[in-house]
Ligand binder design. Sequence first.
Ligand code: ADP
Length: 658
Amino acid sequence: MKKEQPVKPKRPLNGKGNPAFGWVWLILLLYVVLSPLLTTSYGLKEITWQQFSKDILSRKAVEKLEVINKERVEVYIKRSFAGDTAFKNVFKPAFGSGVNSGPHYTFTIGSIESFEHNLDEAEKTFTANEKVPVSYSYQSNWLMNILTWLAPFILLFVLLNFLMRRAGGGMTGPGGTSIFNFGRSTATLIEKENSTVTFADVAGLDEAKVEVLEIVDFLKKPASFTKLGAKIPKGVILVGPPGTGKTLLAKAVAGEAQVPFFSISGAAFVEMFVGVGASRVRDLFQQAKDKAPCIIFIDEIDAIGRSRGKGAFLGGANDERESTLNQLLTEMDGFGTNTGVIVLAATNRADMLDPALVRPGRFDRHIYLELPNMNERVAIFKVHMAGLTLAANIDLQILAAQTPGFSGADIANICNEAALIAARRKAVKIEKEDFMDAIDRIVAGLEKKSKIISPEEKRIIAFHEAGHAVISWLLKNVDPLVKVSIIPRGKSLGAAWYLPEEKQLRSKTAFKEHLSATLGGRAAEELIFGEVSSGALDDLEKVTKEAYAMVVYYGFNEKLGNLSYYDSTEQRDLAIQKPFSEATGELIDREIRKLIAQAYLDAKTLLAENKVSLEKVADLLLKKEVIYKADLENIMGRRISASPAISQQKNEGVTSGA
Ligand code: ADP
């Protein structure tokens, strides 16, 4: 896979280069530069009392003295001393030409009293006429006053800004957010030169590619559409489970059309402050219009586009989300059909979207992406194996067969995981076994060989798994078993792998047999040890849900009849408001219980009849820890399946269960 590098747009998208700090620095700079100029002491020669009394006062050169703010004395020299060499420079002005009329010197004093005392002492020999006149004055430094008044505010502001940056950084990615650009869009922009993903990187999804091809054509040659008066869709929603390549497809559209690509997640619009979402939407569309033709990709649009009102009384503060959604709708209505901005959005819950969002003229096109089928999985494996060093024994068909229900992202993950496993064992090539290990790890979690399990516990686990294995081998409507293991993985202590067949319909018998197979573990424990353990938690949960669905959704119960309380619109929250009466509720409880009890009884009976096989399977498990279909065939003979086409199976999830 080629990697694309997000490029920073010229205009800061996320808070860098914030001009708000500018004026704070300007004030500080002005103060540093101007304050010496504005205080009158600028350009004065600073001297000491001793220098003053010895060199200036004793020569009777002082015109007058001025005491400023009780702390500083300014000295004016008589004009008659202008020619004196000692005072030659003081009459020169600091700037320009002319004569400096004073003050000419300054010195600081401790206190008025000590100054007056010292002056009297120094002038002891002076006549009354010769005594220097002293005046007192106050000068206030207005700039300093303003600054002292402003300082706490500036400090507070700087602190707040700093905190906001820190908080914003965590929420919106690199660069952070300051209080001044909360309203800026946080979208990442991939410039067209860096849009390197193409349709070749997207395996499978043929129908979806055909649909988006039209968008590529429009972005490339808008004129050929517009001259016929055709309107190009403004918004397209990609609907599909996570990891099926929605983002990848959107990037590929940008890459094929060679246009810039803005990408943002729906959740990133909404912040803790009111109004931020709306202004981010505005900003994003503004930027996009500047870069048209381009693509805006909004991932998880349901974060803002969820049907208004739904769950309102549960969720509470929805106003912000609603105003963001409104802004999005306004923007989409606002830009003309042919401005060249196309919004692609992704969600896995199209049914949850607000009807206003999917109205014609907005996101009126829906492209559905499904989990890949067998052939598509082969193609996805090929794409992701392109950069790997593989051994010759890799069979793509087997890998694809082993990964039903996996998404493209899962397969990408398997390829990477296999490479890591191979690297860990210092291999030069990635072998088939590395891929198998990677698949197991992704399905059931990491093997935990270090988990301490006592021999008795191991026996219980072995019989539990053997119970599942034997029942699912004997009941022909249960998905075929491929592997049983008693090595702890993730949270489970053991697991059985099934290969679900591609079927759109399941009969009532198939449901019942599945219940029995799931309860087979617990039944085996009871049969062999006379007691059950807590190991069946996961099974019981599954069984309860399945039995509930049989009775409440699929209308499998005679007493309840052909009715279903399933609500595909999700308008009603079943946990709060039950659509049936108390009496029906009790009936449902009773029937579910009966169903499960019968399935358990069936499992136990079947196991009792096949106790020898059960013991053989458990013993083999204890010996080998992992056993495969072939081992079970050796013990119990070939399995008779309801549908013989196991090898043709194409799709749908591997299920695992302890
Ligand atoms: P989504 O947006 O649907 O959740 P992504 O597009 O982010 O999924 O897919 C995640 C990753 O999975 C992609 O980067 C890619 O590596 C891989 N992937 C998913 N679907 C495909 C596909 N059809 N072909 C190749 N790779 C795929």
